[in-house]
Write a protein that binds this ligand. Sequence first.
Ligand SMILES: [Fe+2]
Ligand SMILES: [Fe+2]
Length: 293
Amino acid sequence: MIENFAEKVGHAINYLPPVPVVMDELLKALNNEDVDINTLVRIISKDPSMSMNVLKVVNSAFYRLPYQVSAVDHALRMLGLKEITMICIACGAYKALAPSRSAQTFNLDEFWKHSVATGVIAKRLCKELKIGDKDIIYFLGLLHDVGKVILDRIAHDIYTMVIQTTYDESIPIREAEKRIIGESHDAVGGLIMKKWRLPPVFSHAAQYHHAVQEAPEENRSVVAIVSLANQMARVRFLGFGGDMSGVVFSDTDAFKVLEAASPAINEMDIVKFIWDLEEVDEEVIEMERLLSS
Ligand SMILES: [Fe+2]
Ligand SMILES: [Fe+2]
């Protein structure tokens, strides 16, 4: 293990780009019960690239709106305050974390594909099981593995070793991270969410998606949705990481937590559910393109 690296990671996080101002203001506004649309429009419009991103996402296949939306206030009225705020959070996070293309250790496209797929699947599970907030759950899935990008940014060389070890020894990436770095992407993800002052459910989803049972009770079933979606995304898209193949879903902690919260999961035909995800391919591709453009 690299000496004191875990400590260094803690310090390095302080030097990461801060949360974009617009994201910070939006979250504050959203916490205020009587916030009105005009206030939010003003906040978003202050950041032209954010406004553009909101319109791009709102007009994407992901939302399937019947007509083109060309103004931020219209977008807000169509999708609601929370959904728009979440889009801004996703765009803000993506921007704050994007490394230069020349300096990346792992395949960033694969990474975001896995992240988007996890978000899309989490949203479907939320609908199916009626657990979690349907406006937020997608974004929890999208950001669950953000710690990987952060570790890669902090130390490309060392993270290259981690990735190599994962492949060479066919071990979960988390195990390689712990052995080589002393800190794993879930813990780091939790830290950045806190640093960005996102609502606690974000740091919980990032921090506990590999240890659902340890999640604070108030968010445990939501974390379980993200965790199960993460595993389904792996099976469905074999995204970044390569571990977790041959998983039996009903044996996972996530499944057990969900079973307790919503017995409906037992009636779900998981194989069919994953098979049907073919429909989300389009959403995954579209969202990935939007985020990375
Ligand atoms: Fe993960
Ligand atoms: Fe993941």
